[in-house]
Design a protein around this ligand. Structure first.
Ligand code: C5P
Length: 223
């Protein structure tokens, strides 16, 4: 049997896109597949953690053994995460929409002779930053940083501005194939420096990341 270094520990993971309503039939969202977050949830289960997956709408099977918390909007996602605190580890992989429509139309917007409507946007809460600064802060907070240039430099900045312990930075520039793909090339950024990992499957990134986090949480044990 595999070692279960995270037995008795709680891990909360956000994954997928959020979906921000414009009216009852339309929304703003993004191309996040949820694959990396779901792979991390599976790896957390394998290490014995009580694993909560707070997920926006994706077309992936629910990993066996996870506690699934489906959400749609960024605000739902934040409230659900807050409701899951305290936790030992929180990992924020979700591609949260930066903006939502300031006031959702109660009825379907109609085409009219006046031309297209103007959508007024307002900023969504930063879930990672909020949880990492809350009195209930998990012992280890992990963020992801999808960048198209100067990946490690921007990630190091994000580590500070969001108050997390570790940033997993990846290059999502055109041609990287990360969005929706099965492979990922990541850089682990902590206060003590940057570690470049070779390209590997998202499953392998997930396993290695969870093993690393287990060692950070419970340093004395071998994983
Ligand atoms: O600022 P940026 O979106 O690049 O930060 C990415 C990291 O922050 C990811 O870990 C993402 O899940 C998290 N995030 C969040 N809530 C937001 C925006 C980003 O949790 N509103």
């Amino acid at each position: 049997p595999k070692a279960q270094p995270l037995a008795g520990k709680k891990v909360v993971i956000t994954a997928g896109p959020t979906r921000e309503p414009i009216d009852p039939v339309r929304f703003i969202s993004n191309h996040s597949s949820g694959k990396q977050g779901y792979a991390i949830a599976m790896a957390a289960v394998e290490l014995g953690a009580e694993t909560v997956l707070v997920s926006g709408p994706v077309s992936l099977a629910i990993p066996p053994g996870v506690q699934m918390m489906p959400v749609e909007t960024a605000q739902d996602m934040l409230e659900t995460c807050e409701g899951e605190m305290p936790a030992d580890i929180a990992i924020f992989t979700a591609a949260v929409a930066d903006w939502r429509v300031a006031s959702e139309a109660p009825e379907k917007l109609k085409k009219s002779g006046d031309g297209p409507p103007t959508l007024r946007l307002t900023e969504n809460p930063d879930i990672l930053a909020t949880i990492s600064r809350s009195p209930n802060r998990p012992k280890i907070v992990v963020g992801f940083a999808a960048e198209t240039e100067r990946v490690s430099e921007y990630a190091a900045r994000k580590l500070k501005s969001k108050g997390c312990d570790l940033i997993v930075a990846n290059d999502v520039s055109k041609g990287s194939g990360v969005f929706g793909g099965d492979r990922n090339t990541v850089h682990l950024v902590t206060a003590s420096g940057v570690e470049d990992w070779p390209q590997m499957s998202k499953d392998e990134v997930a396993r290695r990341l969870m093993e690393r986090l287990a060692q950070m949480l419970v340093p004395q044990q071998k994983v």
